[in-house]
Design a protein around this ligand. Structure first.
Ligand code: ADP
Ligand code: MG
Length: 643
C-alpha cells in the first residue's frame, strides 16, 4: 500500500473553513473536485419529505445561515471536546442552542419539526470531514480512508481525542493529529532540509474570527523520515479577534456616515442597531469587499443605494482603513510580545523565520507590523488559506513513506530569471547553484513615462519566456520618468527551504515591491530533466533568437535617436551625407520590422551589421547635434533615450 492506492491526505479542519490537500512528488496541492475546494465549516440540519434528518454541508449551509440561525451549526470547532462551562464565553457568539450532555460535554440542540435533535460537536465535524473525504476521493480517483488532521497548538487531550472521533465517524482513520503551526512550518519545508541546525519559527495566524501566535523550536533528530523535532514553545492569541472585527469597524463607519447624511437631508438619524438585518448584512458585504480591495490597491470606492432619495458614495484609501484597524493589529502584536516573553524563558532570543497563516495576513499593514516586530521578512509564498492543509499533506506523505527528496533542495534545479523587453529572459540565478543563493541586477524601462513596471518571474533553461515556466508576476509602481531613467534593482534570494523572494527597488523614487514563490512545487524530477534536455536541444536556436530580440530593442532606441536628430539638424548637414544616413536608417527600420514579425526571416549577422553601419554613420550627426546644443540652439535637447 502506498500514496497511490491507499493515500493519506492532509486536512485543515478550521473554525470557518476546512480543506484537504495531498502531497506527491510534485509537492503539496489542495484537492478539488467540480469546483469544491474550500468547504465552509458549516452544517445545516433539516427534515426531508419522509421526515428523515438530512444535512447540508459547506457553501449551501453557510449561505442560508441567516435564514436558519437555530438549525445551522457553524464554529463547531469551538465546542469540540469541551464542557458547557468551558464553552461559556463562546456561547454569546453562537446562534444555536448549546446544552449539557453526558460527562458535562457540550451538545447542540436543534429544533426539527416537533422534536429536538441532539448532536455532538464531533458529529458536526464528521459531516465536514465526510465532505472533504468525498472531494479527496473524487480528486484522487480512489477511496480515501486515512488522513492527517490539524488542530490548534493549544488544544488539550480531550479536544484532540474529539477530533480523532470526528474522523472515525466520517470513516477516516486519523493517522496523526498535527499542530496547525507545525503544519504551517512543514508546508515551507522548515526542518526538512536535513542540515543540523536548531531553528526558531513564529507562526502568525490571523483568520476571520481568531488570532493565534505560536513560537516553535525545531531541532534536528536522527530520524531519517522526519529529520527534525517540532516543539511548541509558547502560544498566545485571542479567540475572538480577526478579519470579522475589521469588517465591523468599516460597517460602523458606513452606518455613522449614512446616519449623518440622513440628518443633513432632514431625515431622522439611524443607529446601526436599528437597521434591518438585511441592511446590516449588505453593509458587512460592502465592508469586506472594500477591505479585500484595499489589500491590493491604494483606494476603493463604495456606493450604497440607501433608498430612492439617498445614495451613499465614498472613496476610502488604504491609510484610512489602516487607522481604523490599527488598534486591532496592535492587540495581535501584544500577544506576540507575550508569546516571545514566554519563549525567552526557554532560551529563545529571536526567531529565524515567520510563517503567515489565515486570510487576514494578506493585509499589507499586518505584513508590515509582523516584519517590524520579528525583524525578518515573513513567508508569504504559499496561500495563507492553504498553508496549514498543505503542511498536513506534507506530514501525510512522510508518514506514507513518500519520497522526501522531492521536498528537499540543496541545489537550484532550474535557472531563475525575469522577463525583459521582447519576451527574452534575463537569468539571475543559474541552475545547480547551491542554496541559499542571492543575485541582483539593474534594469530600466524602455517606454517614456511608464508608471507601472511589470516584473515577470520565470524558471527554466530556455532563452525566451514562452519556453519557460512562469512563476508569477508583480507590479512596481513608479513616478513617470523618461525611458531608461528609472534604476530598478531586482534581487533574487533563495533561502535554505527553497523559498524564492524577488524584490524590486526603484532607486530614484525609493519605491519597492516584492513577491515570494516556491519554484520547486509542482515539478517532478522527470520534468526538471526534460526541461534541461530541451534547453540543450534548442541551445543554438535560442541563442540566435535572444540575439535578434536584443538587436530589435537596441535598434529601436538608436532609430528613435537618429530620426529625431536628423529631422532637427538636416539643414546643417551635407546633403550627400544626409542621404546616406537616411538610407541606412531605412534599411535598419526594415530589418526591425521584419524581425519583429518573424525572427527567423532575418539573418542575425546581417542585422547586426546594419545596426553597426547606422551607428558608425551617425557619429557625424551626433557631433553636429552636440555642437548645436553647446551653442544653446536647442534648449530642448536631452540625451534621454540614447543607447
Ligand atoms: P479562519 O481561520 O477563521 O477559518 P480564514 O483564514 O479563512 O479564517 O480567513 C478569513 C478572513 O480573511 C476573513 O475575515 C476575510 O475577510 C479575510 N481575508 C481574505 N482575503 C483577504 C484579503 N485579500 N484582504 C484582507 N482580508 C482578507
Ligand atoms: Mg484558520
Amino acid at each position: 500500500m502506498d500514496q497511490r492506492d491507499d493515500p493519506i491526505i492532509g486536512i485543515d479542519l478550521g473554525t470557518t473553513n476546512s480543506l484537504a490537500a495531498f502531497c506527491n512528488d510534485r509537492g503539496p496541492r489542495v484537492l478539488e473536485s467540480e469546483g469544491r475546494r474550500i468547504v465552509p465549516s458549516v452544517v445545516r440540519y433539516e427534515l426531508d419529505e419522509g421526515g428523515r434528518v438530512r444535512t447540508l454541508v459547506g457553501g449551501v449551509a453557510a449561505e442560508g445561515a441567516v435564514e436558519h440561525p437555530r438549525t445551522t451549526i457553524s464554529s463547531a470547532k469551538r465546542l469540540m471536546g469541551r464542557s458547557l462551562a468551558d464553552a461559556q464565553a463562546d456561547l454569546a457568539y453562537l446562534t444555536y442552542r448549546v446544552i449539557e450532555g453526558e460527562h458535562e460535554q457540550a451538545r447542540i440542540a436543534i429544533p426539527l419539526g416537533e422534536r429536538e435533535l441532539i448532536v455532538t460537536p464531533q458529529e458536526v465535524s464528521a459531516q465536514i470531514l465526510g465532505e472533504l473525504r468525498r472531494i479527496a476521493s473524487d480528486a484522487l480517483g480512489c477511496e480515501v480512508r486515512r488522513a492527517v488532521v490539524t488542530v490548534p497548538a493549544y488544544f488539550d487531550d480531550a479536544q484532540r481525542q474529539a477530533t480523532r472521533d470526528a474522523g472515525r465517524l466520517a470513516g477516516l482513520e486519523v493517522v496523526r493529529i498535527v499542530n496547525e503551526p507545525t503544519a504551517a512550518a512543514l508546508a515551507y519545508g522548515i526542518g526538512l532540509e536535513g542540515d543540523q541546525q536548531e531553528r526558531t519559527v513564529a507562526v502568525y495566524d490571523l483568520g476571520g474570527g481568531t488570532f493565534d501566535i505560536s513560537i516553535l523550536r525545531i531541532t534536528p533528530s536522527r530520524d531519517d523520515a522526519m529529520p527534525a523535532f517540532y516543539e511548541v514553545l509558547s502560544t498566545a492569541g485571542d479567540t475572538h479577534l480577526g478579519g470579522d472585527d475589521i469588517d465591523h469597524e468599516l460597517v460602523r463607519l458606513f452606518a455613522d456616515e449614512i446616519s449623518q447624511m440622513r440628518v443633513e437631508y432632514g431625515q431622522e438619524a439611524i443607529e446601526l442597531a436599528q437597521m434591518s438585518a438585511r441592511t446590516r448584512r449588505a453593509l458587512v458585504g460592502f465592508a469586506r469587499l472594500v477591505k479585500h480591495r484595499l489589500s491590493e490597491e491604494e483606494r476603493a470606492r463604495v456606493e450604497i443605494v440607501v433608498d430612492e432619495h439617498l445614495r451613499y458614495e465614498r472613496t476610502i484609501d488604504r491609510d484610512e482603513l489602516e487607522r481604523l484597524m490599527d488598534p486591532l493589529i496592535s492587540r495581535t502584536m501584544c500577544a506576540c510580545e507575550r508569546a516571545m516573553r514566554d519563549a525567552q524563558k526557554k532560551g529563545i532570543a529571536s526567531v529565524d523565520a515567520v510563517v503567515l497563516v489565515g486570510g487576514s495576513t494578506r493585509i499589507p499593514l499586518v505584513r508590515r507590523r509582523v516584519r517590524e516586530f520579528f525583524g525578518v521578512e515573513p513567508y508569504t509564498a504559499l496561500d495563507p488559506d492553504e498553508v496549514v492543509a498543505l503542511g498536513a499533506s506534507v506530514q501525510a506523505s512522510i508518514l506514507a513513506g513518500g519520497r522526501r527528496d522531492s521536498l528537499l533542495l540543496d541545489v537550484i534545479p532550474l535557472s531563475l530569471g525575469i522577463e525583459t523587453v521582447g519576451g527574452a529572459v534575463a537569468k539571475l540565478i543559474m541552475r545547480n547553484q547551491s542554496v541559499p543563493a542571492r543575485a541582483t541586477e539593474m534594469f530600466s524601462t524602455s517606454v517614456d513615462g511608464q508608471t507601472q513596471i511589470k516584473l515577470h518571474v520565470v524558471q527554466g533553461e530556455r532563452e525566451m519566456v514562452a519556453d519557460c515556466r512562469s512563476l508569477g508576476t508583480f507590479i512596481l509602481h513608479v513616478p513617470p520618468m523618461p525611458a531608461g531613467i528609472p534604476q530598478v534593482e531586482v534581487e533574487f534570494l533563495v533561502d535554505a527551504n527553497g523559498v524564492l523572494n524577488v524584490s524590486a527597488l526603484e532607486r530614484r523614487s525609493g519605491r519597492r515591491a516584492q513577491m515570494q514563490v516556491i519554484p520547486s512545487h509542482g515539478l517532478t524530477r522527470e520534468e526538471v530533466e526534460r526541461m534541461e534536455a530541451e534547453s540543450f536541444a534548442h541551445a543554438r536556436e535560442d541563442m540566435t533568437r535572444h540575439r535578434i530580440v536584443d538587436l530589435i530593442v537596441n535598434s529601436r532606441l538608436d532609430l528613435k535617436w537618429v530620426r529625431e536628430r536628423l529631422e532637427r539638424h538636416e539643414g546643417d548637414l551635407d546633403p550627400a551625407y544626409a542621404r546616406t544616413l537616411r538610407g541606412r536608417l531605412e534599411r535598419l527600420e526594415e530589418l526591425v520590422r521584419r524581425a519583429d514579425e518573424d525572427w527567423q526571416s532575418v539573418d542575425a549577422d546581417e542585422f547586426a551589421r546594419a545596426k553597426q553601419d547606422l551607428d558608425e554613420q551617425s557619429v557625424r550627426l551626433q557631433e553636429v547635434a552636440i555642437a548645436q546644443t553647446l551653442r544653446g540652439n536647442n534648449p530642448g535637447e536631452s540625451d534621454a533615450g540614447s543607447a
